[in-house]
Design a protein around this ligand. Structure first.
Ligand SMILES: *Cc1c(COP(=O)(O)O)cnc(C)c1O
Length: 500
């Protein structure tokens, strides 16, 4: 059949000479299982129940194809028989199914020490928010006022709570802060100019770059000042007939230091003459609603922006607010009404589940019950609490490894630095504690931790794996210990090449 195959026809291979070999390949290929035969296997029909027939059929073809390539590549001995080939193909199919299974959205243990890890879904929800999600999964009063029976405003209560919390006249909730920025620019300034300092012309991440957002919104960007210094006078000179708004964007993922200067929001609001129709917009990103100054974290607070005269303040629901992904806009009623009635609003509105989780989180903020919000709980932990958690983790790992008669991995408790992340307080590190584990095969250990249940994400640094305690909940310690032991941490020992 094929004479152009590589490897198998290699005459130098023992027991494999030219013509015989090609005949051998065809013989072996004929022994490959057919798709129907594969689907009739017990293991495979279990997979059909789990994933559905379509995907399993695709994997079956792929698995047969893989095995065919192995035969043609000379990777299998001539004498391999039908049953062994079937076994091989089923194993390969199972591997494809496992690969699919690990892709599903699932809970992970975050041992990276980055509190708002964008890749891990940013803020974990408060228990009260999770409960509210469950309660609102069926029919809800999303757009019905139960007291009158008439049509109600979507998210009416959470909007009221957000306005109360931030001291603003009104509030609006959309999908995320990026859509809040887009909606605001389009509703306030399409076809007109928005003044922005050059030092604030930022990329937020994930290709969200302000010049592109302007283009998409139809608003025209009017840059003023220089990268490092912009004066009130620059804004004054740029103001004209075409001006629709002044935008301030928080530098949430980098800092400018040295010879820098910019007018404050208060100066922009009070000292820059601005016609009534020109909006002052403050894009804060993180949206802190309780000062973290006592922790040495210097992030702007939403209430300050409102008080200092911003017409619209934009922030995320899932950064330091500690709720679900959402974009929150608070500010003057007339401007909020303008956003709410813009056609784009329909495209960026959120569903009942987001509103439910956000409402429950906002209630906690209004009550001042900060320890009920995981992000705040993690931020406020003391070093001695983190040290204590690290000790409990090492003790649990030792107990479990001993109990299984296996080696106890070489562990140390080390001082580490955790981060807020998620575009908040760039460069700010929080002193933390980590359990570090020495491993010769660090990648293998990290992979095993990622692929188990629940998945564990940690940092690799030097020749050690770092499990940072700031982002691990007390309730997760025992599970994390089990995962470390079952991932074979003791077997990835220094010097142990895993062949013992
Ligand atoms: C993070 C951030 C955004 C985008 O927020 P998302 O909720 O992620 O869409 C916008 N502006 C600033 C200043 C930010 O830091």
């Amino acid at each position: 059949m094929r004479s152009d195959h590589r490897g198998f026809g290699d005459a130098e291979k023992p027991g494999c000479t030219g013509v015989n070999c090609i005949v051998g390949i065809d013989d072996v290929l004929r022994r490959l299982p057919k798709v129907d035969q594969l689907l009739a296997q017990r293991d495979v029909s279990d997979l059909i129940n789990q994933f559905g027939r379509g995907p399993v059929l695709d994997w079956a073809r792929e698995a047969i194809q893989r095995c065919r390539r192995q035969i043609q590549g000379g990777e299998l001995p001539d004498e391999v028989d039908g049953p062994r080939l079937l076994e091989r193909v089923v194993a390969s199919l199972r591997q494809l199914a496992d690969g699919e299974h690990v892709q599903r959205l699932q809970t992970v243990i975050n041992a990276t020490g980055v509190i708002l890890h964008t890749n891990l879904g940013r803020a974990p929800l408060a228990a009260a928010a999770v409960e509210r999600l469950t309660q609102t999964s069926g029919y809800t009063n999303l757009e019905v006022d139960l007291s009158t029976g008439r049509r109600g405003r979507r998210g009416a209560r959470v909007r009221r709570l957000l306005a109360r919390l931030t001291g603003a006249e009104d509030a609006l909730v959309v999908n995320n802060c990026a859509s809040a920025t887009l909606l605001t620019l389009q509703a306030v300034a399409a076809g007109r100019e928005v003044i922005l300092a050059r030092g604030q012309l930022v990329e937020i991440g994930g290709r969200f770059r302000l010049p592109d957002v302007f283009r998409a919104s139809g608003a025209m960007l009017c840059e003023v000042g220089t990268t490092n210094r912009t004066y009130l006078e620059d804004y004054r000179q740029a103001m004209g007939e075409q001006t629709a708004a002044i935008l301030r964007v928080h530098r949430s993922n980098f800092s400018l230091t040295g010879f820098v200067s910019e007018p404050t929001l208060q100066e922009l609001s009070r000292e820059l003459p601005r016609p009534a129709g020109v909006a002052l917009i403050d894009d804060l990103g993180s949206g802190l609603v309780h000062s973290l100054e006592s922790l040495g974290i210097d992030e702007p607070v939403v209430q300050d922006s409102v008080r200092q005269g911003a017409d619209l303040v934009l922030f995320s629901g899932d950064k330091l607010f500690g709720g679900p992904q959402a974009g929150i806009v608070v500010g003057r009623r007339a401007w909020i009404d303008r956003l709410a009635s813009h056609p784009l609003m329909r495209a960026v509105r959120c569903d009942k589940l987001t509103l439910a989780a956000l409402e429950a989180t906002t209630e906690l903020h209004v009550r001042g019950d900060l320890t009920a919000i995981p992000v705040y709980r993690m931020l406020m932990q003391t070093e001695s609490q983190l040290e204590d958690r690290a000790r409990r983790l090492t003790a649990a790992i030792t107990r479990l490894a001993d109990g299984q008669g296996g080696p106890v991995p070489p562990m140390q408790i080390a001082v580490s630095q955790s981060q807020i992340g998620g575009g908040s307080a760039p460069g700010h590190v929080l002193p933390s504690r980590a359990v570090t584990i020495a491993a010769a095969h660090l990648d293998a250990l990290a992979t095993a931790l990622r692929l188990g249940q629940p998945a564990v994400l940690a940092r690799c640094h030097g020749d050690r794996l770092w499990l940072d305690m700031r982002t691990v909940d007390d309730a997760e310690v025992e599970t994390l210990a089990q995962r470390v032991v079952s991932a074979g941490a003791g077997r990835h020992l220094q010097g142990d090449r895993g062949d013992g």
